[in-house]
Ligand binder design. Structure first.
Ligand code: SF4
Length: 472
């Protein structure tokens, strides 16, 4: 994001934002940066340069809150050093850990000035003003009841109605949040508690934001939602639009070459959305569809609301609609009560489907979720062995998928500089990373690339000619 204003108008304050977790948090951090930019904050590369530090947290991994508290300890030290030098550091914690911990966070780490949940960060300007007022009173020697400013409400108004238009697009690619929250209540997951009930943004607002992003240089947009294919937003025609209808409308935006969406739930994969994979050329041939387990017994214990057959039936229908579809999924091994036979059912499902990529984890208890209280927790050593077996199969499948594309010339969105000198990295339509030689000039463009080698996590390639360029 570049500050293009003249020097006289440049911001004097700087914010450092550290983002943990998923793409939705990346989107939220960008929007917080836009919002704070409207208050005169520029972006800082490190906390040392910043007046305001925001930790945008994620609760999905084990020990998530402990990691946040450890980072907060570091920020407290910076804040204390600053005080001696007469310059303050305001510390804000946002995201799912902030939502889950609430007041406890300020009690455990009094250096925290602001705690704001994922549905309330549009109120950051008011929260900052309140935090500054409290800090001024403290400097004046006033004793205040309670430290920190807290907002972990699920406000009736939508945060999206109170955020400025997005400012920046990185390398031709942008995220766009269209849906938040979840009503599914899988027994291992904290999302329904930290992000609240399902909410879909009106289609007109999504279309307007997409047009702004395309005008700012986006040629690929990834639609985001905790349960994105449950999207049911109000359409400009007054009808309720499904995700498929929204994708059709987005595909009409000139200059938008690629559309993706994540993360989906098998129960919400309807006929229209499957047909969109056949009919909408901008919709990339990739789908992340978490299944979690191949055992009906475990899926029921997880409250997934789908069985093995429903998932396998979807895979067949999706592949009939789009034969080259790359399928990705999430797996949890060692959910409470998972027997050898249950785990075998997962291995068998993986074998049957053949995934292009996947994320797999050992089950770990999340405080406050029903799964954490279930009996028959699986011993750690068993979980470790099962995860190793599953990952070995998934890696084999990913490598086979990548190698099946070698020799083809495909459009690749060139997205970033590689680690080696002269190397750039792009994404194929199937979302594999491709490493190739190229110049910075190509970043943010779609180029034809010949794929020359396939590995487990990426491909190698070489330029075969620039196919489509980002508008100047
Ligand atoms: S559908 Fe996804 S977000 Fe919702 S509870 Fe289940 S795992 Fe969590």
């Amino acid at each position: 994001m570049t500050d293009v204003r003249p020097d006289s108008q440049r911001q004097r304050k700087r914010v450092f934002i550290r983002t943990y977790g998923c793409q939705m948090n990346v989107y939220d951090s960008d929007r917080m940066a836009d919002l704070l930019g409207s208050l005169g904050y520029g972006l800082a590369d490190s906390v040392e340069q910043a007046d305001l530090a925001v930790l945008n947290t994620c609760h999905i991994r084990e020990h998530a809150s402990e990691k946040v508290y450890s980072e907060l300890g570091r920020l407290r030290d910076v804040k204390q050093e600053r005080r001696g030098a007469g310059r303050d550091l305001t510390i804000a914690v946002a995201g799912c850990v902030a939502q889950a911990e609430g007041e406890e966070m300020v009690r455990r780490q009094p250096a925290v000035d602001i705690v704001v949940g994922p549905q309330a960060y549009h109120r950051l300007p008011e929260l900052l003003a309140e935090a500054e007022r409290k800090a001024a009173l403290k400097r004046a020697g006033k004793r205040l009841p309670g430290a920190g400013v807290l907002d972990t409400d699920f406000p009736a108004e939508s945060k999206f109605d109170h955020l400025p238009a997005p400012h920046g697009v990185r390398a031709g690619s942008a995220f766009l949040s269209i849906q938040e929250g979840c009503d599914k209540f899988c027994t291992f997951c904290v999302v329904p508690y930290t992000r609240g009930a399902e909410y879909s943004r009106p289609a007109a607002a999504v279309l307007a934001e997409a047009r702004t992003l395309v005008a700012a240089g986006a040629i690929e947009i990834t639609l985001l939602g905790q349960n994105v294919n449950a999207y049911h937003g109000e359409g400009p025609d007054g009808a309720t639009w499904s995700l498929a209808r929204l994708i059709q409308a987005l595909a009409e935006i000139e200059g938008l070459a690629r559309l993706r969406y994540t993360t989906s739930h098998p129960r919400d994969m309807d006929d229209d959305l499957i047909a969109a994979h056949r009919d909408v050329p901008q919709l990339m041939p990739y789908l992340h569809l978490p299944v979690q387990s191949g055992s009906d017994r475990i899926l029921a214990a997880m409250n997934r609301r789908h069985g093995r057959d429903l998932f396998l039936g979807l895979v067949d229908r999706l592949r009939a609609a789009r034969p080259d579809l790359a399928l990705s999924s999430d797996f949890i091994v060692g959910f409470p009560g998972e027997s050898d036979a249950d785990f075998d059912a997962t291995m068998q499902l993986v074998d049957q489907v053949g995934f292009a990529s996947a994320f797999s984890f050992k089950y770990s208890r999340r405080p406050g979720t029903p799964g954490s209280a279930l009996p028959d927790q699986v011993p750690e050593a068993v979980k470790t062995a099962r995860l190793a077996a599953l990952q070995s199969l998934l890696v084999k499948q990913a490598r086979a998928f990548n190698q099946s594309k070698v020799g083809r010339i495909v459009p690749v969105l060139l997205a970033e500089i590689g680690r080696k000198p002269g190397q750039i990295v792009g994404k194929t339509p199937w979302l594999q990373s491709v490493h190739l030689e190229g110049t910075l000039r190509l970043i943010g463009r779609i180029a034809e690339v010949r794929l020359t080698a396939g590995h487990a996590n990426s491909l190698a390639g070489e330029l075969a000619g620039v196919a489509r360029e980002q508008a100047a």
